[in-house]
Design a protein around this ligand. Structure first.
Ligand code: NAD
Ligand code: SER
Length: 314
């Protein structure tokens, strides 16, 4: 396994930036890729647009790729602003990866889904693994279709594809790329820089969230689990911690007592209100032993410590 070459698409994003570093500690060669140019001459980076199927195939063949982490996507808020682009990148791009993986017999593929597959008729609390999925965003529609495609490629073409429905992810190494849960990262930067934040999600809207170290561990644990333990080939529910902007602000106040928050909800508030408040991840716990480690206050303390130490140190 250690000798397999890994390919990451969308590696310059919020997750890819950190996942690449973690995978480099486990595998001999990690090829990172994104739509952007290779500006620093990194020999293990390739410019790769996931809409270019021939180039995907070329890269997989040239590097004899053994695992793909397909992260390239347009997230929920950007997707509402440009639905055609979201459909193209998320679905056509996803199918290009799946077809190329089958063609080159890539042994294993990871592709993330999202809590965005759920919608207004989904049970809001402890949302079950199998339940109503009626997404109202184009992003959620692409994730739901992607889940069904994943299941199809597993059952009909034998592709070992594995997926998680990530909650909103909180991290300090890279900024998020245009989602609804971005507020929960921006708030930390603003708390440290200006001591205040105006939230585009209203005060009491609770969403499922997860601190990046938990998300990276969930990803690796899923990908390393023995095949017979993977019972869901669409995407697993995974939970970390749920909170509202008001609850997150209260947690930040424990570290930065003068921190203030106010609210100016925009269209992203409507998206947030359509998503669950908490997730039942019991199937992931039973099948491959998933368990989150961070609670809200632990995450807050570490985010502020790391951001103050690295990004905003003077
Ligand atoms: P991000 O927006 O930070 O990064 C996505 C990357 O994809 C960017 O670097 C972008 O340049 C790249 N990209 C866009 N179009 C491309 C194209 N045509 N070809 C190649 N690259 C392209 O997103 P992220 O937060 O790192 O998310 C990664 C994956 O995880 C996505 O599938 C996303 O839906 C999923 N996810 C993320 C979250 C979260 O909170 N971050 C939650 C649920 C699911
Ligand atoms: N964090 C993502 C978003 O808000 C959810 O998949 O778009």
């Amino acid at each position: 396994m250690k000798d397999q070459t890994i390919l990451i698409t969308g590696s310059k994003g919020q997750i890819g930036t950190e996942l690449a570093n973690m995978l480099k500690t486990k595998y001999t060669r990690v090829i990172t890729s994104d739509i952007h140019k290779n500006e620093i001459g990194d020999k293990d980076y390739v410019q790769l647009n996931v809409l270019d199927k021939n180039r995907i195939s070329e890269v997989i063949g040239d590097y004899k790729v053994g695992q793909i982490y397909h992260l390239a996507a347009i997230l929920s808020a950007k997707g509402e602003e440009n639905p055609t682009l979201a459909w193209e990148v998320n679905l056509t791009g996803g199918l290009n990866i799946l077809d190329s993986a089958v063609l080159h017999k890539v042994p294993r593929v990871f592709w993330p889904s999202s809590i965005a597959v759920f919608g207004p008729q989904t049970p809001k609390e402890q949302t079950p693994q199998h339940t109503v999925t009626d997404p109202t965003t184009i992003y959620g529609i692409t994730k739901l279709a992607g889940e069904r495609w994943s299941h199809h490629y597993y059952t009909k073409k034998g592709l070992d594809i594995r997926s998680l429905r990530y909650p909103g992810l909180i991290s300090y190494k890279a900024m998020p790329g245009g989602g609804t849960t971005d507020y929960a990262v921006e708030i930390f930067h603003e708390a440290i820089k200006h001591g205040r934040y105006t939230s585009f999600v209203s005060s009491d809207v609770r969403l499922p969230m997860m601190y990046m170290p938990d998300a990276l561990r969930a990803t690796i644990e899923l990908m390393e689990a023995p095949t017979d333990q993977i019972k869901i080939r669409s995407a697993y529910n995974v939970a970390g911690v749920s909170f509202s902007p008001k609850e997150l602000a209260a947690s930040i106040c424990k570290v930065i007592p003068d921190f203030e928050i106010d609210y100016a909800p925009d269209f992203r508030d409507g998206i947030a209100q359509s998503w669950p408040s908490s997730i039942d991840d019991s199937q992931a716990r039973v099948d491959w032993g998933w368990k989150p480690e961070y609670d809200l206050d632990q995450m807050t303390q570490e985010m502020i410590k790391e951001l103050k130490g690295v990004k905003y140190s003077v």
